[in-house]
Design a protein around this ligand. Structure first.
Ligand SMILES: [Zn+2]
Length: 676
């Protein structure tokens, strides 16, 4: 945005976004906008550079079919159809007016993956402007708009048009659960908003709103049709589209498509409220019941647990939470809490993974947490988005603890250190789990880009009169509090070291409470429901301008309330030291085992470091040594200690961060190790 708009307008947009758009009536915390935060961090900045300069291009190229297949299914397909799947070829065919060709490259949600990649890329462009990338995406958008223009209604989903054009949104015997018409339209809406934020360009917004307007005409209360998304996600994104136009009404005058943003709110609310409502007993206003797989067996406000396809479930949960914040609706708030408490209290994997069961890619029953679980990358990221949204609703550090668990473990393990190979499943134990170049369902890399693109937003938050420090990432944040400029500079070597220094600049010398998250693991609460437990030897320490202060805790945050002068310093020291984490007795699959962690990082044992791995056990009182290895895996803390092998012989083990597995060739690895 800075490349396009004069500085004054940029500042206006920053503050307009933070005070208008993101603020919902029942929100207790508003994340700072991307433009307000810059990251300069020893851990994250080099990774962001790889993702920005390599991964984004890699994913776009592969969506265009530019890769050498490394998996048999894709190689076989190449032999059969003579080319690799090209998502943009689909758009071009539709733009030429083609219909019902009985051919479509990639899965039905391929369009959606293109849009999701645009969203991630757009966010990264705000932090790292890239005119080449912008040009590349602009050219794709022209092709997408051309595809939409071939349809008088503005309908756009290439799969449905090329395969079954008479079955839009699953009507006439179709299957929206498979077709993803609404899911793709939802991803289009969020891509359009993010791309506008990054570039000030409206072409994608025109495409997105034209499709949204069409959906509003077709689905809703009678006499419209009973249609809800076959895949959760659009509930949140359509709500965001509404909030976007509410915040920036002037954008409408730059667009070709008429916008009445209230319709997008109505659509999102209709989709949420219509889950579990499959029509009347006489068969009118009816549709297929997709059951718990698509969170559709009972109405949302009656759902006590989080069920079904884990990506669908976590994205729907995020939408319900966003709507809860807007409407201050007790039913939605209760459902959001039901989902989160069940997900984190009974179904959470130690790495932040979610969705135990491969069949249906779904949540398992309570306390079913096997080491060889499925744990799709997208499900863990969906859970991270959901935890962030819960924190915006309730401002409680426990939600950030779970976002952080995802960020430093399951999320990072899903991509190779060199940024162009990926994991779909993220089990905690395996004999062989190769990374892939491209997948027949490559949903995870775009989802990964969405979360890392949004990372700067998650570091800080504000509400009417308070500031929150959520994540420990070296960064600068500039924002306004009660119309006064404030900035915070954060310096840290987290996650390898526990010291965090915050410098507050506050020219108006006003008084406000600064909430600094004290992670659960640092305070003897590994999990808010004691699904896992651990203890650290030292306690967190807090100093203000060099003087130790007693921590006044409030909902997971230490609160320092004072008049802040320019240059005031807060120093937090967190006990980043090896700790042993035990599962609750309710988890039978891993009883008698433990995990080694330090700070937010969960450790794993790879066979290359630990040849006798599968027979290792270690003692509860083992002396665990942590050491930084700058030359290993782009610089990591390793943890070593003594274990016993199958013959009760003492061996030395080396554990690496779980996120770094699979970067020295394909290895066997384990996270849980028997402990005696
Ligand atoms: Zn995925």
């Amino acid at each position: 945005m800075s490349a396009i708009l004069p500085q004054g307008i940029l500042l206006y947009l920053i503050f307009a976004w933070s005070t208008l758009s993101a603020q919902s009536p029942a929100s207790k915390l508003t994340a700072l906008p991307l433009e307000a935060v810059t990251i300069q961090d020893a851990f994250w900045s080099p990774k962001l550079k790889v993702w920005d300069t390599k991964t984004v291009y890699d994913v776009l190229d592969k969506l265009e079919g530019k890769y050498v297949p490394d998996r048999k299914d894709i190689a076989d397909e190449l032999k059969k159809i003579g080319r690799t799947r090209n998502a943009f070829y689909n758009f071009d065919l539709v733009a030429q007016g083609k219909k019902d060709l009985n051919m479509h490259d990639g899965p039905p949600w391929y369009d959606g993956l293109v849009y999701e990649t645009f969203r991630g890329a757009a966010d990264l462009m705000i932090e790292y402007p890239d005119p080449n990338l912008e040009k590349k995406i602009d050219a794709y958008i022209v092709r997408i708009a051309a595809a939409q223009n071939a349809d008088p209604d503005g309908f756009i989903n290439t799969y449905t048009t090329l395969m079954r054009s008479h079955q839009r949104f699953g009507t006439n015997g179709g299957n929206e659960n498979w077709q993803h018409d609404i899911y793709n339209a939802g991803m289009l809406a969020e891509a359009a908003v993010h791309y506008y934020n990054a570039t000030g360009k409206t072409q994608l917004l025109d495409v997105a709103t034209k499709m949204a307007n069409y959906m509003y005409r077709v689905m809703g209360p009678e006499p419209k049709q009973n249609i809800v998304p076959g895949h959760g996600g659009p509930e949140e994104t359509m709500f965001r589209l509404y909030k976007f136009f509410q915040a920036y009404p002037e954008v409408k005058s730059k667009m070709k498509t008429p916008v009445n943003e209230k319709q997008y709110y109505d659509l999102a609310k209709f989709w949420i409220d219509t889950r579990g409502n499959h029509g009347r007993p006489d068969g009118t206003y009816s549709r297929t019941n997709w059951g718990p797989y698509n969170q559709d067996s009972i109405p949302v406000t009656e759902q006590k647990t989080i069920e079904g396809h884990a990506v669908r479930a976590t994205l729907l949960a995020t939408g319900v939470t966003a709507m809860a914040m807007e409407d201050n609706d007790a039913g939605y708030i209760q459902t959001a809490n039901n989902y989160w408490n069940n997900m984190i209290g009974q179904r959470l994997f130690i790495t932040g993974g979610q969705g135990a069961i491969p069949d249906g890619e779904k949540f398992g029953p309570d306390y079913f947490l096997p080491e060889n679980a499925y744990l799709e990358t997208c499900a863990s990221i969906g859970a991270g988005f959901f935890s962030q949204q819960m924190n915006e609703l309730e401002a409680d550090g426990k939600y950030v603890d779970e976002l952080e668990r995802v960020l430093y473990n399951n999320l990072l393990s899903s991509i190779s250190l060199n940024g162009d190979q990926y994991h779909y499943e993220n089990p905690l134990s395996t004999n062989s789990h190769p990374r892939w170049v491209w997948h027949d369902c490559p949903c995870c890399p775009p989802m990964f880009l969405k979360m890392v693109g949004a990372l700067p937003r998650y570091i800080y938050g504000t509400n009417n009169d308070a500031v929150f420090v959520n994540l420990f990432i070296s960064s600068n944040a500039k924002f306004q509090l009660k119309d006064k400029d404030v900035s915070i500079q954060q310096k840290t070597e987290y996650p390898w070291k526990g010291k965090v220094v915050l410098t507050v600049n506050n020219p108006s010398a006003s008084e406000f409470p600064l909430h600094i998250r004290i992670p659960g693991w640092a305070a003897g609460k590994e999990n808010p429901f004691d699904l896992y437990s651990s203890t650290v030897k030292s306690k967190p320490e807090l100093k203000v301008n060099g003087k130790a202060v007693n921590m006044q805790m409030e909902d997971g945050y230490a609160v320092v309330n004072r008049k802040w002068n320019n240059g005031d310093k807060v120093e937090l020291v967190l006990p980043v030291e090896p700790r042993v984490v035990y599962p609750s007795a309710d988890i039978k699959n891993i009883s008698g085992k433990a995990v080694i962690s330090a700070g937010p990082i969960v450790y794993a044992f790879e066979s290359v470091d630990n040849p006798g791995l599968t027979n290792y056990s270690f003692s509860k009182s083992a002396d665990l040594k942590m050491q930084y290895k700058p030359g290993l895996l782009n610089g990591v803390n390793i943890i070593s200690g003594e274990a016993k092998d199958a013959n009760a012989k003492t061996v030395t083990f080396t554990a690496i961060p779980f996120y770094a597995i699979g970067n020295r060739g394909t290895q066997a690895y384990q996270v849980w190790i028997p402990v005696k």
